[in-house]
Ligand binder design. Structure first.
Ligand SMILES: C[S@@+](CC[C@H](N)C(=O)[O-])C[C@H]1O[C@@H](n2cnc3c(N)ncnc32)[C@H](O)[C@@H]1O
Length: 273
């Protein structure tokens, strides 16, 4: 499908706008707040898409995460953008050039290869202590392996925003066709213990599923985790949680700040925190 600029767009549910509302706010606060202390601020997008989407059933077009990152007020010093769909990557490259952004790296690989390539591209031969990263991991399922996140981030400062498909997870966790993907996603097969819990009558709540995944992120040094943002579809069913993870408290403070203003204008009261 083509957008009004003649290039490929993704068709997305209206809830995508809510997800990107938070991503944009975090990118803005991150780039503005970190620019004084961090000479290099790099952005990694492993599932970048073509840079523009159209809201299903409407003619409304919205900017995707890589364009949001490319046009933030205090620019990232480097952008590493990837989508395994060649047409999406080509459209993204053209959109960036039209915006005057000629130096972004745009690749078309599987996310797990791209994670390692991003590390090599952005962190080899430079003083990693001067570089702060933000990686947005926005899959359609469970494609990203924990091992790839581990290898991408080991010893580095890269904040993560991960779309965790909790709705699918709860629905399909017992299905045989997901086993291999979930082994990779969770980094081992211990998630199968959750199925035993369910068999013994316990409910597999989102909390339980998120705790299991976040325990894995903590094992990689991501001690600051925030999963308060839950995105619902038009029938009020949960599709995914946006999980923010950082190795340091500053990023977590920023994320907490930006999520307090909810999409649609309300302010969260954060009851129970
Ligand atoms: C949810 S969309 C990303 C949207 C994008 N973040 C935005 O804001 O517009 C997921 C994208 O991941 C790509 N994708 C699916 N599987 C992938 C994989 N294994 N590796 C890399 N990209 C993949 C799809 O082509 C799709 O464009």
């Amino acid at each position: 499908m083509l957008g009004s600029d003649g290039l490929v767009v993704r068709e997305v549910g209206q809830w995508t706008e809510e997800k990107l509302f938070y991503v944009r706010r975090y990118i803005d606060i991150f780039t503005a707040g970190m620019k004084a202390k961090w000479p290099r601020r790099v952005y990694i997008d492993l599932f970048a898409g073509p840079g523009r989407s159209v809201i299903e059933g409407t003619a409304r077009e919205i900017e995707g995460s890589p364009l949001i990152a490319a046009t933030t007020g205090f620019p990232f010093t480097e952008l590493y953008l990837n989508d395994n769909d060649q047409r999406a990557a080509d459209a993204l490259r053209t959109r960036l050039v039209r915006l005057g952004v000629n130096d972004a790296t745009v690749t078309s690989e599987d996310c797990n290869d791209a994670a390692l390539a991003a590390r090599r591209n952005l962190f080899s031969g430079v003083d990693a202590n001067r570089t702060l990263g933000l990686a947005f991991i926005d899959p359609t399922g469970f494609q990203i392996k924990l091992s790839a996140i581990e290898e991408m981030t080991r010893g580095l400062r890269i904040d993560l925003i991960i779309t965790v498909m909790t709705g699918y997870l709860r629905q399909f966790i017992g299905s045989a066709s997901y086993q291999v993907a979930l082994d990779g996603f969770f980094g081992s097969n211990d998630w199968r213990g959750l199925l035993d819990l369910r068999r013994s009558g316990e409910q597999l709540t989102f909390r339980r599923l998120l705790d299991h995944y976040e325990g894995k992120l903590r094992g990689l040094g991501y001690l600051q985790v925030d999963d308060h943002i839950r995105i619902l579809n038009s029938k009020e069913a949960t599709i995914y949680h946006l999980v923010f993870a950082s190795k340091h408290s500053r990023g977590a403070d920023f994320f907490k700040k930006i999520r307090k203003k909810r999409f649609g204008g309300q302010w969260s009261l954060d009851l129970g925190e």
